[in-house]
Design a protein around this ligand. Structure first.
Ligand SMILES: Cc1ncc(COP(=O)(O)O)c(C=O)c1O
Length: 458
């Protein structure tokens, strides 16, 4: 093992005062008194700043608000209050399931700012999307057929883009590399051309073209290759089929820095290889690409089209990932080598880390910056031997029962994978914005966990 130390290079408004972790001017200690553990805390200020940074990047490239849409990929962290928060700051939404679609529509957003993704959409959801005028990113030819059928029955044109797969080598964990050959998502260029011909001959309202390369991409050359292939194909389609796309949708994918520098990243990767006994582990933890550079690359790429086009992006992780922490509590410490620290939250809340070999920086919220020679592993409260919250040898202060363990950068996809293993309740979620707190999801109780069981006594 290569011991890992907490990194205190925090993004605003997270900070440390008097050895304590703060969100703005509120300490995590105080929050925990009020909301207990485990709890997700989302910093509205950070979420807002991330949205603004994308927006500002477009404006600096000469794009006004009508020429771009930042569609928050709500799968990253779905919560009704967070959706309204994002919408009120001008975002659109990328949705990938009927309930995400309905949640997005319920915010009252203009439906043309919703982009409906997914490779297996239900008919009812497609009908709703067409009736409301949501833009559907068509994933495959059977879905196209179904939409043509629905369109005829409803007597209403479907607003569509086709999701194309540029088939490149996406440098990220395979579980989140979507634009690779034989991916389950999207159509290769040949099939996509066929799909556009069908869409035109069936009188669909063809709005644009869509791609999504993958997630936690930290290598600019991947974006460069993907956008170039994508826009060249869009141009080819326009010339070949006499189209003029209104929008080009580049998907999401920009990574965040879970590790704050390259050497930290290297250590984590070495640890993961050792823990998983797998030399092929391929994860990115440090992202040197700024939102500005990411946007500039996209804006530059569309200059080969000889008309104005609206640019849509669908960021998830890079909007919410570093805006949220997950705080649990030490339950006990089992001596050994290294010591095993059990928490009141388990792998069911960090499946993102297990499935995608990801990692969260850990800070002891009530003892930040304290030092000792201890090396510990954090395990969860589930009845499952692989139940690691963080398997690395963490250099931690002396820990005691009740200490507050804060997983930083826990905003993206932790909630997505959360499950009820051992019938645990889902945590509460609290939004902290401009030094005020708002409970935006209540902690579940016994009744919530078993709400849908039918208590038969046969
Ligand atoms: C179609 C689509 N768009 C956007 C996203 C968001 O990606 P990210 O959170 O990496 O920005 C995803 C996530 O996998 C996706 O599948």
């Amino acid at each position: 093992m290569y011991p890992i130390a907490p990194n205190y290079d925090l993004v605003k408004p997270f900070g440390i005062k008097d050895e304590r972790l703060y969100i703005g001017n509120i300490s995590v200690n105080d929050l925990t008194e009020r909301y207990d553990t485990p709890t997700f805390y989302v910093s509205g200020d950070r979420f807002e700043d991330n949205i603004k940074e994308y927006e500002e990047s477009f404006r600096q490239e000469g794009y006004n608000g009508n020429m771009f849409t930042i569609a928050y990929a709500i799968k990253a962290h779905t919560n009704l209050a967070l959706l309204k928060f994002a919408k009120n700051r001008g975002t659109g939404f990328d949705v990938s399931y009927k309930n995400e679609l309905y949640a997005a529509l319920n915010t009252g957003i203009s439906p043309d700012k919703i982009f409906f993704n997914g490779n297996a959409k239900k008919r009812a959801a497609l009908i709703e999307a067409i009736e409301q005028g949501v833009v559907i990113n068509i994933d495959n030819l059977m879905e196209l057929d179904e939409i043509i059928d629905i369109q005829k029955r409803l007597g209403k044109k479907a607003r569509i883009s086709i999701r194309v797969n540029p088939e490149i080598d996406v440098d990220t964990d395979p579980a989140i590399a979507t634009a690779v050959k034989n991916s389950k998502f999207g159509l290769n260029f040949n099939l996509a051309e066929k799909a556009y011909k069908l869409a035109i001959s069936n009188n669909m309202d063809v709005k644009g073209i869509h791609m999504h390369l993958g997630s936690q991409i930290t290598n600019m050359s991947v974006f460069k290759e993907g956008t170039t292939k994508f826009v060249e194909f869009a141009k080819h389609l326009e010339e070949e089929l006499g189209l003029e796309f209104e929008l080009l949708n580049f998907g999401g994918g920009l990574g965040i820095s879970y590790a704050k520098n390259r050497s930290e990243e290297e250590k984590i990767v070495k640890n993961l290889k050792e823990i998983n006994k797998n030399e092929d582990i391929h994860s990115n933890f440090y992202c040197p690409i700024s939102k500005r550079d990411y946007v500039k690359n996209i804006v530059d790429s569309v200059s080969i089209l000889n008309h104005d086009v609206k640019i849509v992006i669908e960021p998830g992780r890079s909007l919410i990932g570093d805006a949220c922490i997950l705080v649990g509590r030490v339950m006990n410490i089992k001596e050994g080598s290294p010591d095993i620290v059990s928490l009141d939250m388990g792998a069911n809340l960090v499946l993102e880390n297990i499935i995608m070999k990801n990692y969260n920086n850990i800070i002891i919220a009530n003892k930040a910056r304290n030092k000792s020679d201890n090396h510990v592993k954090f395990v969860g409260n589930l009845c499952y031997a692989g139940d690691f919250v963080s398997p690395f040898g963490w250099e931690m202060p002396d820990l005691k029962k009740g200490d507050l363990v804060s997983l930083m950068d826990a905003g993206a996809y932790h909630w997505f994978f959360a499950c009820h293993g051992n019938s645990v309740e889902f945590p509460a979620t609290v939004l902290v914005y401009k030094d005020k707190e708002y409970l935006i999801r209540k902690r579940e109780r016994y009744d919530d966990v078993f709400a849908n069981d039918v208590d038969l006594d046969l």
